[in-house]
Design a protein around this ligand. Sequence first.
Ligand SMILES: [Zn+2]
Length: 495
Amino acid sequence: MRTLIKLIPCIYLLLAIFPVDAIPVYVDGNETNKKVLLIGLDGLQLEELKKLDTPNIDKFFLNRCYAGGILNTVSEQPTYSGPGWTSILTGVWANKHGIYSNFDTSRDNKFPSLFRRIFQAYPNAVMGSISSWSPIHQFFHTDMALLSYVSDADTDAMVVQETLQFIHNSAPDFTFIHLGNVDNTGHFFCFGERYNRAIATIDHQVGEIIEFINNQKEDWLVILVTDHGRKANGCNHGGQTSSEKTAFIATNKKQYQQPEPLDNDVYSYPALTRVADIILDFLEVPVTLNKSAYANKINAVINWSHSTAYFFLEDGKYIEYDKEADHILSIANIDDHSWPGLADYATNISAAINWDDTRAIIFLDNGKYITLNKANRSVLAIEDINEQTWPGLEKYALRINAAIDWSPNLAFILLSSGQYILLDKQKKQILHVAYIDDVSSPGLKSYARNITAFSHWSENYAYIFLDNGQYLKFDQRNYHVIYSNDINKNTWPDF
Ligand SMILES: [Zn+2]
């Protein structure tokens, strides 16, 4: 057993959010665990690497590739680390991901990162990113909450040590790490003795990681990749010369090695963006996941009891959902047998809320509300929302999108205008009306007008359902969005 793994107090940003499940992949009827480690070797010139004896990197199946997009086309991008790493982690060039420099922070989320693609396919995947260059985590800041472990380490040695610790402690499914010393050495000293020594060091570090991985029992794909080459003297990079565009992808799996091209033209080699394709292929992440049949039909969700939630669908059906077992118990029509008195309003439901031990309330899209007897799901009363029945609510009555019981005394109603209403349940009194913003509920603002249902789910979190078939997991204690995702067969298997 290696002794490198020291259980030092964790001073790093550690976001333990997900239940720890591995990615189950079935091969020949047997469940295997596929694991991916992507090792970034910043600014490592392939030609210099080839001149040296690097026993560990030499064990990999290596392909030269090209960085910087295609010259004089829309995909051309500077051979800097910002665009380079973003292309590696998204599989697209800067004309799509939007990062052209090391200082850009506005990545275009339309082209999802590997982290998000893997998460969409395997919501329980454990992922981590450990980088010696912190801008990478800035480029992907909107995805960092999907990861169990994110760390900006000061040195490559620390990156390696944290990587081994993380793999040992968390059994991650996908880990990205970045080693920056070779690039830094090139900037200070250009090619030469010091650069070569930095390559020898990084080769040793790769060897340390590989030795550790080889002792794991899962099926590991390890990829080495550099983000760009360098100018002829090795000092700098950023341009489109042949040596700056020369990069490489190396894997421990022969199946991902490409045949050598017949000519030496830079574009005869694979593109740097191929890294993402290799990883998605290995993990069997589908190109697109079909959204569920019900995902776009949710009108309201109600937290009925500790174990049961009801979904009301726009076509007048309802779903009884077992929250503990996490599956659908039944899907049926709202009729006089299932919900006595509700059938006439089945397609008009805009929000539903668990009110107290005996009653639930349903808001309709016509300005009325229904009080339900929870004991037998029957309608107790149908009333207009007006000054007598519900003081102050009438002017918002036609804009109610969702409602959630927050505590025994408090409830929230969400409006199509992006506002929320805080209610005192006992007095049926409006306490507060405001716009959802990033101060009151971080991460929720951009979804505020698309919320169609909001339901307390378990002790600390709630689910928010959107009108585009997505859902948000919401930290009810700290009022922030934990993550967003599609409702599909992987995230909500029964849907
Ligand atoms: Zn550099």
